[in-house]
Structures are given as C-alpha cells and as structure tokens.
Design a protein around this ligand. Structure first.
Ligand code: C2E
Ligand code: CA
Ligand code: CA
Length: 635
C-alpha cells in the first residue's frame, strides 16, 4: 500500500472546507476594497480554479459511489477535469509570479510556452493512460486500479518551475515575500507528500489553498485604518488606472484639514467616527484613501452612483452640517474624473495644486480652469526659471497691475496696491493664485518681487513727474523670500538705484505663523527702516495674529482681510468684534484699511468702523499700473 491516491480513502470534508473558504474569501473581496490590478484578476481566477477543483473532486467521488450499470465515463471525465483545474491553478500561479517578477518579454514567453505545453501534454497523457489502461482505470466489477499516476510528476514539474522562477529572478521581490511564498509552497508540498505516503486522497485540493492564501495576504490585503475606515493612498494610483482603462467615471471628494496636516497630529476620536461613517451614508461602493493625517481622498464610482451629482450636492450639505459640529479648519475639493488627469494618473498633484489656491474653510468645485491651470503649471515653471536666470528688472513677462485704494479722509484715490500678473507667449495671462505657489516652492518668488518693485518705482516716478498726487503704492512680499539673507540688500539696491522719493513705497506682509517667522519679519523691518519704506500688515484676521506681536512691529497700516468684511455682512457679533478691533487699532495710530469692498453696503458699514482706506471691486478691479492716471488726481 501507499504512494497511491485511492478513492476508497476519500472523505469530502476537506474539499467542503476549501469550497467554504473560497466563498467566504469571495464575499470579502466583493464587499471590501481591493485594488483592481492585473494580478488581482489572476488572483480571482486562481480562487475560481480552486473552487472548481474542489467541486469536481467532490462530484467525482459522488459519481464513483453511485455509478450503476458499469458506465464510468462521467467519473473519467470528472477526474480529467479535476486534474485540469489543478494544473490550471499551477499555471495561473506561474503567470502571477511572472507578473510580479516582470522578467524580459523573451524569458516570460519561454516560461509561459513551456508551462502551457507541459500542462496540455500532461492532460493528454493522463487521458491516454486511462484509455489504454496503463494509468487509472476502473475494472468492470467496479474496483479501481490506480496504475501510472501522471499527476505527481506533473505537480513536481510545475513546482520546479515556480521555485526556479523565485530564485532565478527573485531579486525583484522583497526577500521576506519570497520566503513567505516558499513557505506556503513547502506546506502544500508536505500535505501532498503525507497524503500520498499514507494512501489518503482527501487533501489534494486543500494543499493548493496555502499558496493562494499567501498571495491574498501578501499582495491583495488593503488593511483599513480602523479609526477612520481609510485605505492607504498607495492603492489610489492603481485604482485610477483601473477606472481609466475600463472607461469608468468617478467622483472625488477631498477633505484637507490643515490643523492635522503635520505627521503625528492625530484626529480626535469623534472626528474619526464622523469620517468613518460619512462615505457609506451618501455613496455606494466608495473608497476613502488616506493621503496623510489631515488629507483624505474619497473616490465614488459613477457606475454605482448614477445620481451622484445630486449626491455631491448632498455631500456639501452634509459636510456643512458636520462642520458646524467640529469647526476645524478645512478645505474641500469636489469634482468628477477628468481624462487627462486620469491618463497621467496625477490626481494628487492636481488636487494639491487646487488646495494651495483654495481659501481656508471653503469648498471648491473643480472646473475647466483648474485643468488648464494644472496643464499650465509645467509651462509656468519653465518660464519662471527663465525669468530667474535672466534677472531682467524690465522683463516684459512680468506685469505690474494695481488696485487703487480710496482715502476716506480726502475722498480721493492717492494710494494703490501693486498686484502681479504674468503674461507668457502661448499661455496668455497667468494669475497669482496659480503662479505664486509655484514660484514660492521653486525659489523664484524673489526675482518677481524685485521686478514688481522696480516697475512700481518707475510708475510712481512717472505719476509724480506728471503732477499726480501719489501718497504711496504698496508691493506684496512673500514670507518665503524673507527667509533669504540677501532680501533686504536687494530691496535697498532697487530703492536706491530707482531713486524714488522717500516714503512712496510700502511693503505688505502677511501675519507670521510662527515665532521664527516673526523674528525674521522684525529684523527685516529694522534693516529696511533707513529706506523710507512703510509696512502694511496684510490679510489681518486670517492667521493667528497676536496683538502684542503686532504692536511690537512698526506697521503703518493694518489691512483687514476680505473674509472679515464678508463676515460682518451677515453676523452682528463679527461686526461688533471688527468694529472694536478697528477702533482700538486706529486709536493706537494705525491706519485701518478694509479689503474686498464690493458693494455700497460694505462701503457704508466699513466706512463707519474706523476705516482710513477702502479697497475693492466697488472702486476698481486690478488694472495695469499705467491706468492709475484715471484714478489719481493732480494737486
Ligand atoms: P492680496 O494681497 O490679499 O491681494 C488682494 C487680492 O484680492 C487681489 O487678488 C485682488 O484682485 C483681490 N480683490 C481686490 N478687491 C476684491 C474684491 O472686492 N472682491 C474680491 N473677491 N477680490 C478682491 P489677486 O490680484 O488675484 O492676488 C491674489 C494674491 O496673490 C494676493 O492677495 C497676494 O497674496 C498675491 N500677490 C499678488 N501680487 C503679488 C506680488 O506681486 N507679490 C506677492 N508676493 N504676492 C502677490
Ligand atoms: Ca496684499
Ligand atoms: Ca490682502
């Protein structure tokens, strides 16, 4: 006895367990998120192969036990099918490894041809052996004769190919992964060995289970973050690729929480719960990817959410409701899949670009302009590099626009804010919300400031020469350039060489976010004192201004941000706070300027809140600096 797989020693329980595991795994895969890669397709095929192998094994034995009239054809057919499924599984396993190892096309084709041919030959031999009674056959009295068994050498052959693949081109795989796969193959080998050794035949299919489970665990498990229900962002690219190649639209909802953007700052428990429950409440089969602690990307398949446009509107409503509960700072970006971005698979950089341009606590609906901006950003960067390299203070690509500011004491326009625009051949006009972040990140912002400062000085001199009453024009500088040691020297040089009269140039600088930035601003202001430049605090009310800090710096003007002007429109309490703040600052001899005055009501309200200056679309949109003549008056 021994060394034979005998029908008599068969018991279906092991195969039933395999069937059950296949079904349960299928349910897991259907209900949880999986990255739809090519290897995932192979994996599901393997799972199917295993299912059918177990199924035919059970059927084969049932038929053998119940055959009447001595016609065993069905048993023969099922037995061949059974072997076919097992060899097919081994073949799929080889395809899977090839997809992982990615050898040269030639090697790949050789391995595929050799294994496929071997598989076909093995099955044919199996059939022939039975037909000519050398192999397995059943005597007319019903006793089985094992005969020559081709399955065992066939199995050994495939295992040799698999192991030589793992060792031959295995350095592409992480070594611990290789060890896991080898370990699972060893377990399966031991099972088969013992089964054959002791003349049992119940565990053949279950032996194949382990390598398949090792693949599931190693390559297709996408562990959910238990707290937030999110999936690692590494799966996003492959999911986008799958959707794009299958022409499937999707919607996305990106939540950015700046307060939790830095690593290590965990989300509070109640916020985690809200994030965990949110997607399922509004969408079917959505997947929530976690980019970083404070940045989540919800992908909603269009196919399963045909009324998604409506759903997105619901999302905004639901989000606003949830927001009232938490009140953390946020930015929300919502949109539909776009072919160009999907093809390049660049949603994250696309969204990051939009996030940079999106105001805090606002919702941005992605539109065509965002795509154009995204496509333009590479081109913009090239131009900026060139502007930086040429360092020409008269560079025609950098345009000085400006917005006249109304002086309430005189009722006239005698100051203005310089605002930059870029004009590139082929691209046309590019606006600050696109190019400022690119310039800042790539170290090209300073040259732009120098050019705008120079052009502003030239404009001031021209206006003065023509007899216009110019109190002052302000220029924006960025915190990024202040951190460079050479900043003040460069500004002094331009002011000196342009010889603009004292006191006609102001610098706008936004509130500092950190102590070290505050120290940098402080020393910048001290170093530039001698130049006659005055300093404005820009965007007051958007950061974390500390009055004590503000008063430590010699600001001339405090510019109240547009968001405060907007808040006063609807909220009495905000109005009261702004009114008192402005009153206090103006008593301390600061000039108060309100930005974003758009309508008469803004003008009346802000005018009554200690304002010295008003600025906004109500008076003028940004115009080319030469057109200031139309606003300024002659003495
Ligand atoms: P900012 O310094 O707060 O400039 C005011 C922005 O508000 C300008 O946008 C202006 O066009 C816009 N604005 C003015 N009045 C109204 C209004 O009534 N309603 C609304 N909705 N908006 C109004 P712009 O020109 O697009 O500039 C955006 C930002 O880009 C500026 O914000 C500033 O931070 C930056 N920026 C602009 N030019 C320069 C520059 O030369 N250097 C640097 N470093 N930054 C600049
Ligand atoms: Ca400004
Ligand atoms: Ca501002």
């Amino acid at each position: 006895m021994g060394w034979q797989l005998l029908f008599d020693n068969y018991n279906a329980s092991a195969d039933i367990v395999v069937l059950t595991i296949c079904i349960v795994t299928g349910i897991f895969l259907a209900t949880s998120f999986s990255v739809r890669t090519k290897t995932f397709g192979l994996f599901t095929a393997m799972l199917g192969g295993l299912f059918f192998a177990a199924m035919t094994d059970i059927l084969l034995h049932i038929c053998y036990d119940h055959v009447s009239g001595g016609n065993y054809t069905v048993v023969y057919v099922l037995r061949v099918l059974f072997h076919f499924f097992l060899f097919f599984l081994l073949f799929l396993f080889i395809l899977y490894l090839l997809a992982l190892l990615d050898p040269t096309e030639k090697k790949k084709m050789t391995v595929i041809t050799v294994s496929a041919t071997a598989g076909v030959m093995l099955i044919i031999t199996d059939i022939l052996l039975s037909v000519f009674m050398f192999g397995f056959h059943i005597e007319p009295d019903g006793t089985e004769v094992p005969g020559l068994n081709i399955f065992i050498p066939g199995y050994a052959f495939f295992i040799v190919i698999i192991i030589s693949l793992l060792f031959g081109i295995g350095d592409r795989l992480y070594s611990k992964t290789v060890i896991s796969i080898l370990g699972s193959i060893l377990v399966s080998f031991m099972m088969l060995y013992n089964e054959i050794r002791f003349g049992k035949s119940s565990y053949t299919v279950s032996a194949f289970l382990f390598p398949i489970l090792s693949i599931l665990y190693l390559f297709h498990s996408n562990p959910y973050n238990i707290d937030t229900g999110t999936i690692s962002v590494s799966a996003l690219k492959e999911t986008v690729e799958y959707n794009y190649s299958h022409k499937r639209d999707f919607y996305y909802v990106c939540l950015y929480l700046p307060d939790f953007a830095s690593e290590g700052k965990a989300l509070p428990k109640d916020l985690q719960a809200a994030i965990r429950q949110f997607p399922a409440k509004y969408f079917k089969r959505s997947a929530l990817f976690q980019v970083s602690n404070g940045f989540m990307f919800l992908m909603v398949p269009g196919k399963h959410n045909p009324d998604c446009e409506e759903g997105l509107r619901d999302t905004v409503r639901a989000f606003t409701k949830e927001y009232k509960r938490f009140r953390y700072n946020y930015k929300l970006v919502i949109g539909k899949s776009i072919d160009v971005i999907s093809r390049k698979n660049e949603y994250l950089s696309f969204i990051k670009g939009i996030l940079r341009r999106t105001r805090i606590n606002s919702i941005h609906m992605v539109d065509n302009r965002d795509v154009n901006d995204f496509n333009a950003s590479d081109a913009v960067l090239l131009e900026l590099e060139d502007i930086n390299a040429k360092h020409d203070l008269n560079d025609p690509r950098v345009l000085a626009y400006c917005q006249p500011v109304l002086n309430l004491k005189t009722g006239k326009y005698d100051t203005a804010e310089a605002l930059m625009r870029l004009n590139f051949p082929g691209l046309g006009m590019v606006y600050p919300d696109l190019f400022i972040p690119i310039a800042e990140e790539n170290g090209h912002i300073h040259v732009l400031t120098e050019i705008i400062l120079h052009k502003t000085c030239e404009a001031i001199k021209k206006l003065l020469n023509e007899g216009y009453d110019v109190n002052r024009i302000s220029v924006n500088v960025s915190m990024h350039e202040l951190r460079d040691a050479g900043f003040t020297k460069d500004i002094e040089n331009i002011i000196a060489s342009d010889a603009v009269p004292n006191g006609k140039v102001a610098i706008e600088i936004t509130e500092s976010q950190t102590d070290s930035d505050f120290m940098i601003v402080k020393s910048m202001i001290e170093e530039l004192k001698g130049t006659g430049i005055t300093f404005y605090l820009d965007d007051f009310g958007t950061g974390f201004s500390n009055l004590e800090r503000i008063m430590k710096l010699p600001f001339d003007t405090i510019k109240f941000d547009r968001s405060l002007v907007t808040a006063c429109k609807t909220d009495k309490r905000s109005e009261e706070i702004v009114r008192r703040l402005a009153g206090m600052l103006s008593e301390l001899d600061y000039s108060v300027l309100y930005e974003g005055i758009e309508e008469e009501n803004d003008e009346i309200r802000c005018g009554s809140m200690s304002a010295s200056y008003l600025q906004g679309y109500r008076y003028s949109r940004p115009i080319p600096i030469e057109e200031l003549e139309g606003f300024f008056t002659k003495e």
